[in-house]
Design a protein around this ligand. Structure first.
Ligand SMILES: [Zn+2]
Length: 140
Protein backbone atom coordinates (compact mmCIF):
# COMPACT_ATOMS: atom_id res chain seq x y z
CA UNK A 1 0.00 0.00 0.00
CA UNK A 2 1.48 3.29 -1.10
CA UNK A 3 1.42 6.13 1.43
CA UNK A 4 0.32 9.45 0.01
CA UNK A 5 1.29 12.84 1.32
CA UNK A 6 -1.30 14.97 3.10
CA UNK A 7 -1.40 18.61 2.01
CA UNK A 8 0.05 21.26 4.30
CA UNK A 9 -2.47 23.94 5.34
CA UNK A 10 -1.77 27.53 6.24
CA UNK A 11 -3.32 29.40 9.18
CA UNK A 12 -6.44 30.14 7.09
CA UNK A 13 -6.89 26.44 6.45
CA UNK A 14 -5.83 26.72 2.80
CA UNK A 15 -3.59 24.06 1.23
CA UNK A 16 -0.16 25.48 0.46
CA UNK A 17 1.26 25.30 -3.06
CA UNK A 18 4.46 23.22 -3.22
CA UNK A 19 5.86 25.46 -5.91
CA UNK A 20 5.26 29.02 -4.67
CA UNK A 21 4.39 28.26 -1.01
CA UNK A 22 1.20 30.33 -1.02
CA UNK A 23 -2.15 28.97 0.20
CA UNK A 24 -5.22 28.76 -2.08
CA UNK A 25 -8.78 27.57 -1.57
CA UNK A 26 -8.66 25.67 -4.85
CA UNK A 27 -5.02 24.69 -4.99
CA UNK A 28 -5.23 22.50 -8.08
CA UNK A 29 -6.95 25.27 -10.01
CA UNK A 30 -4.16 27.66 -8.96
CA UNK A 31 -1.45 25.19 -9.95
CA UNK A 32 -3.05 24.75 -13.34
CA UNK A 33 -3.47 28.43 -14.15
CA UNK A 34 -0.33 29.82 -12.48
CA UNK A 35 2.22 27.04 -12.99
CA UNK A 36 0.70 25.35 -16.07
CA UNK A 37 0.71 21.93 -14.43
CA UNK A 38 -2.35 19.70 -14.61
CA UNK A 39 -3.95 18.57 -11.37
CA UNK A 40 -2.88 14.98 -12.04
CA UNK A 41 0.67 15.99 -12.80
CA UNK A 42 0.89 18.06 -9.62
CA UNK A 43 -0.49 15.26 -7.46
CA UNK A 44 1.88 12.75 -9.00
CA UNK A 45 4.93 14.99 -8.80
CA UNK A 46 4.47 15.79 -5.12
CA UNK A 47 3.12 12.44 -3.96
CA UNK A 48 -0.56 13.25 -3.34
CA UNK A 49 -3.39 10.78 -3.72
CA UNK A 50 -4.30 10.64 -7.42
CA UNK A 51 -8.07 10.61 -6.82
CA UNK A 52 -8.38 13.09 -3.96
CA UNK A 53 -8.97 16.79 -4.39
CA UNK A 54 -6.88 19.40 -2.61
CA UNK A 55 -9.05 22.26 -1.35
CA UNK A 56 -9.18 24.46 1.74
CA UNK A 57 -10.87 23.14 4.86
CA UNK A 58 -13.50 25.86 4.48
CA UNK A 59 -14.29 24.88 0.90
CA UNK A 60 -14.26 21.23 1.87
CA UNK A 61 -16.83 21.90 4.61
CA UNK A 62 -18.91 23.93 2.18
CA UNK A 63 -18.82 21.19 -0.47
CA UNK A 64 -19.74 18.63 2.15
CA UNK A 65 -22.68 20.65 3.40
CA UNK A 66 -23.86 21.18 -0.19
CA UNK A 67 -23.61 17.45 -0.81
CA UNK A 68 -25.66 16.74 2.33
CA UNK A 69 -28.22 19.38 1.32
CA UNK A 70 -28.68 17.54 -1.97
CA UNK A 71 -28.46 14.12 -0.35
CA UNK A 72 -30.94 12.39 -2.65
CA UNK A 73 -29.21 13.40 -5.84
CA UNK A 74 -25.56 13.53 -4.79
CA UNK A 75 -25.16 10.82 -2.21
CA UNK A 76 -27.97 8.44 -3.07
CA UNK A 77 -27.97 9.00 -6.82
CA UNK A 78 -24.32 9.51 -7.66
CA UNK A 79 -22.52 7.63 -4.91
CA UNK A 80 -24.72 4.87 -3.55
CA UNK A 81 -26.54 3.89 -6.75
CA UNK A 82 -24.16 5.30 -9.35
CA UNK A 83 -21.05 4.02 -7.60
CA UNK A 84 -22.28 0.46 -7.37
CA UNK A 85 -20.16 -0.76 -10.27
CA UNK A 86 -16.85 0.60 -9.11
CA UNK A 87 -17.21 0.20 -5.37
CA UNK A 88 -14.44 -1.55 -3.44
CA UNK A 89 -15.21 -5.24 -3.12
CA UNK A 90 -13.65 -7.82 -0.85
CA UNK A 91 -10.47 -9.03 -2.54
CA UNK A 92 -9.93 -5.88 -4.61
CA UNK A 93 -6.42 -4.63 -4.16
CA UNK A 94 -5.66 -1.84 -6.57
CA UNK A 95 -7.44 0.46 -8.98
CA UNK A 96 -6.97 -0.16 -12.69
CA UNK A 97 -4.74 2.89 -12.83
CA UNK A 98 -2.54 1.61 -10.02
CA UNK A 99 -2.47 -1.87 -11.57
CA UNK A 100 -1.44 -0.38 -14.90
CA UNK A 101 1.39 1.60 -13.37
CA UNK A 102 2.57 -1.50 -11.52
CA UNK A 103 2.40 -3.43 -14.80
CA UNK A 104 4.51 -0.78 -16.48
CA UNK A 105 6.97 -0.79 -13.61
CA UNK A 106 7.37 -4.54 -13.89
CA UNK A 107 7.80 -4.29 -17.65
CA UNK A 108 10.54 -1.71 -17.21
CA UNK A 109 12.23 -3.91 -14.62
CA UNK A 110 12.06 -6.88 -16.98
CA UNK A 111 13.48 -4.83 -19.82
CA UNK A 112 16.28 -3.55 -17.64
CA UNK A 113 17.11 -7.07 -16.45
CA UNK A 114 17.19 -8.29 -20.05
CA UNK A 115 19.63 -5.54 -21.02
CA UNK A 116 21.78 -6.32 -18.02
CA UNK A 117 21.75 -10.04 -18.79
CA UNK A 118 22.71 -9.39 -22.40
CA UNK A 119 25.63 -7.26 -21.31
CA UNK A 120 26.71 -9.94 -18.86
CA UNK A 121 26.34 -12.53 -21.62
CA UNK A 122 28.57 -10.62 -24.01
CA UNK A 123 31.15 -10.05 -21.29
CA UNK A 124 31.16 -13.80 -20.64
CA UNK A 125 31.52 -14.47 -24.37
CA UNK A 126 34.51 -12.16 -24.65
CA UNK A 127 36.10 -13.79 -21.65
CA UNK A 128 35.59 -17.35 -22.88
CA UNK A 129 36.91 -16.37 -26.33
CA UNK A 130 39.97 -14.93 -24.70
CA UNK A 131 40.51 -18.07 -22.64
CA UNK A 132 40.16 -20.23 -25.77
CA UNK A 133 42.70 -18.12 -27.65
CA UNK A 134 45.12 -18.18 -24.74
CA UNK A 135 44.90 -21.95 -24.43
CA UNK A 136 45.72 -22.29 -28.15
CA UNK A 137 48.89 -20.24 -27.77
CA UNK A 138 52.03 -22.36 -27.62
CA UNK A 139 53.38 -22.76 -24.16
CA UNK A 140 56.76 -21.19 -23.60
ZN1 LIG B 1 1.84 28.10 -6.67
Amino acid sequence: MKAYKEPLYNIKGQPVCEICHVGYDKLLKHVNSRHSISANEYKERFGYHPRKGIVSQKLHAQMRSNALKNYNKVIMGNLIIGGNNNRFKEGNQMSDLEKLSELNRNRMKQKWNNIRNEKQQSKDDVLSDLIKKLSVLPKT
